[in-house]
Design a protein around this ligand. Structure first.
Ligand code: CP
Length: 311
C-alpha cells in the first residue's frame, strides 16, 4: 500500500492519524539497518538540522544529531539558553528566525508548553517538538510505539501500565493520546494521588475506545499487563521541593517483582531510582533498546519532513 505523510510539523501526537504513525514506523524499519550498521547514506546529503535545546537532554538531542548524520546531513545548535544569545536577551522568535536561515528543519525543546507551536507559526521550515514542558513529546511516542511493535508484534490488544509522574510526564501524555488510535487497549494509570494524569488528557482518552483504570500500586496490575512503562518523577517541575521529596521513590520496579511475568519494562529515561539496576540484565529490560530505537525513528522523521518540504 502506498502511504502519504502530509504533516509538515510534528508538534503534538494528537495531530497524527494511525496511518501517519504507520508511515513513520515503516520508514524507521527500512532505515534500521543503516542506523545499526553504523553506516552513512546520502538521503539528506547537505541538509542541516537546527537543534534548539533550551532544556537539558541526552537521548533526544544526541539521537536527532546521530539521525541527521547517518542520513548524510549535519546538525547545528545549542544545548541550553546560556550558550546562545537568548542569554543576552534575544527573543525566541528572533533566534528561531536565525535558525530558519541556516537550517532545513528545526528541533525544539523548551520548558514551556506551546513554544514549538509558536515557532512553527513563524518559520517556513519543518518544526519538531522535542518536548515542551509537561505538554507533549511526540517523537518519543513514535519510538515508544516502534519499540512495542518490535518487541510484542502489535500495539492493538495490549494492556499497558503507565507508572510514576503522570501529571508532569509529557511522554505519558503523548503516549496516552497515541494509544487512543489503537484497538482494544487498556491503560492502567499507576501514580500517587498528587501526580495523577491531568484532566485534559482524560478528556482526550475518553473520546477514544481505550479502557483505563487508575490504581496506586504496581502490585494491583502487574499480572495483567504486557508493558510496564515506568517514568521518572519530574523534580524540576515541582514548585516546592518538599512536595517532591514526599513522593520521591514512591515506585521502584525490581527484578524480584518481575520474576515469572510475561511483560516488558520500558522507560523514556533518564532513570533515577524507579527501576532497580538489577532489572538491567534481565529479559524484561527494553529501556535501553527503546533509547537505541530513537535513531531509526528519528531518521524516518527527518527524512520524511525534510524531503517533503524542501527549502
Ligand atoms: N527521553 C528523553 O526525552 O530523554 P532526554 O531528556 O535525555 O532527551
Amino acid at each position: 500500500m502506498i502511504r502519504i505523510f502530509e504533516l509538515k510539523n510534528i508538534i503534538s501526537i494528537k495531530d497524527f492519524e494511525r496511518k501517519d504513525i504507520d508511515y513513520i514506523l515503516e520508514e524507521a524499519s527500512k532505515l534500521e539497518k543503516i542506523a545499526k550498521s553504523k553506516e552513512v547514506c546520502e538521503e539528506l546529503k547537505g541538509k542541516i538540522l537546527g537543534l534548539m535545546f533550551f532544556e537539558p537532554s541526552t537521548r533526544t538531542r544526541m539521537s536527532f544529531e546521530t539521525a541527521i548524520k547517518r542520513l548524510g546531513g549535519d546538525g547545528i545548535g545549542f544545548e541550553n539558553s546560556g550558550s546562545s544569545s537568548v542569554s543576552k536577551g534575544e527573543s525566541i522568535a528572533d533566534t528561531a528566525k536565525m535558525f530558519e536561515g541556516y537550517c532545513d528543519a528545526l528541533v525544539i525543546r523548551h520548558e514551556l508548553e506551546g513554544v514549538s507551536k509558536f515557532i512553527s507559526d513563524i518559520v517556513d521550515v519543518p518544526v519538531i517538538n522535542a518536548g515542551d514542558g509537561a505538554g507533549q513529546h511526540p517523537t518519543q511516542t513514535l519510538l515508544d510505539l516502534y519499540t512495542i511493535k518490535k518487541e510484542i508484534g502489535e500495539i492493538d490488544n495490549l494492556n499497558i501500565a503507565l507508572i510514576g509522574d503522570l501529571k508532569y510526564g509529557r511522554t505519558v501524555h503523548s503516549l496516552s493520546n497515541a494509544l487512543g488510535l489503537y484497538k482494544n487497549v487498556t491503560i492502567y494509570l499507576v501514580s500517587p494521588p498528587e501526580l495523577k494524569m491531568p484532566n485534559e488528557v482524560f478528556h482526550d482518552i475518553n473520546k477514544t475506545n481505550v479502557t483505563w483504570k487508575e490504581v496506586e500500586t504496581i502490585e494491583e496490575i502487574i499480572d495483567d499487563v504486557d508493558v510496564l512503562y515506568v517514568t521518572r518523577i519530574q523534580k524540576e517541575r515541582f514548585g516546592d521541593i518538599d512536595d517532591y521529596l514526599k513522593i520521591k521513590g514512591a515506585y521502584v520496579v525490581n527484578k524480584k517483582m518481575l520474576e515469572g511475568k510475561d511483560l516488558i519494562v520500558m522507560h523514556p529515561l533518564p532513570r533515577i531510582d524507579e527501576i532497580d539496576t538489577d532489572v538491567d540484565d534481565t529479559k524484561y529490560n527494553k529501556y535501553f533498546t527503546q533509547a537505541a530505537n530513537a535513531v531509526p525513528v528519528r531518521m524516518a522523521i527527518l527524512k520524511t519532513l525534510i524531503k517533503n518540504n524542501p527549502k
